[in-house]
Design a protein around this ligand. Structure first.
Ligand SMILES: [Zn+2]
Length: 296
């Protein structure tokens, strides 16, 4: 009974922190694609329409949106439902991270921090890529550095990795992180190079030079530092599968509506979904797929 209460208390705390970080995620999504705008300065959020700084009591996650009836107090401009939706999503992901790794000691706390950091990054990348068709370097490049630093300082993040050696935990964990970055970024770059000759027509229509955006490559190098090589490959495979399924559905929907072709869709959201799957159930989704496709 006592354990049940402390679990419920822990999850509630995680949910509240998740809502607050969801609010920060909205800032990252809005600001990082814009040149010259830091996600940290100015610290106070402002209305994108009238530019008036938003007081704290109008900036409470979800609650303020409801109390303001989705309108800015200053200029009455509608505030998109995307804002509270992202806050709720990040809140739920924090609860998920708590369930996967309740932070009771140093090891589980570091794992919890890595889970929520990657979850917030996945949400930010997904919504930025959907809106702007880019994945900002301000997220991926520092992220690669953070991933390699974490790999070196906290070797237990990679202790299940084949490259991990008990005798040299810090160095072999760093190698596992570097290997993950090369596997994630490198294989995605290769997939893009191999796919380019087959996608000429679609690429000309979309006005792009490469089938694979370099933002996607850096994004998988970033997540690869944490996932390791096998995790990064599994996430890419799951992202490709999900992207292909959604691509076919959108193409059919466009045909049914009488349009020639669907608008190009970014790859970042699908890769991010694959990353979240590999964080939640490492290796299991891929094993399930192999099992299902294996001839009886
Ligand atoms: Zn306003």
């Amino acid at each position: 009974m006592a354990a049940g209460w402390s679990d419920a208390f822990g999850m509630s705390v995680a949910a509240v922190f998740g809502l607050l970080f969801g609010s920060f995620t909205n800032v990252v999504i809005y600001r990082s694609p814009l040149d010259g705008l830091s996600s940290f300065r100015p610290a106070r959020s402002f209305c994108p329409n009238c530019r008036v700084a938003i007081p704290w009591y109008d900036n409470l996650p979800v609650l303020s949106w409801l109390l303001l009836r989705a309108r800015c107090r200053g200029c009455s401009q509608t505030i998109s439902a995307r804002y509270p939706a992202i806050e709720v999503l990040v809140g739920l992901l924090f609860v998920g991270a708590w369930v996967l790794s309740p932070p009771v000691d140093t090891v589980s706390s570091v794992r919890f921090i890595v889970l929520v950091y990657l979850a917030v990054s996945c949400v930010a990348v997904t919504f930025i890529d959907l809106e702007h068709l880019i994945i900002p370097d301000t997220i991926t490049l520092p992220g690669i550095g953070i991933g390699l630093l974490f790999s070196f300082v906290f070797p237990y993040l990679h202790e299940g990795h084949p490259l991990f050696k008990e005798a040299t935990p810090h160095v072999s964990s760093l190698f596992a992180g570097v290997g993950g970055a090369l596997a994630g970024g490198g294989s995605l770059w290769l997939v893009g190079k191999l796919a380019t000759p087959f996608l000429r027509r679609q690429m000309e229509e979309a006005g792009v030079e490469d089938a694979m955006g370099f933002g996607d490559v850096k994004w998988m190098a970033h997540t690869g530092t944490f996932l390791g090589a096998w995790g990064a490959w599994a996430a890419i495979a799951e992202g490709c599968l999900l992207g292909a399924l959604v691509g076919v559905v959108l193409k059919l929907a466009a045909r049914l509506r009488g349009q020639a072709d669907a608008t190009p869709i970014p790859f970042g959201p699908f890769l991010s979904a694959g990353v979240l799957v590999e964080l939640a159930v490492p290796g299991q989704a891929w094993e399930l797929l192999l099992h299902l496709t294996r001839p009886a």
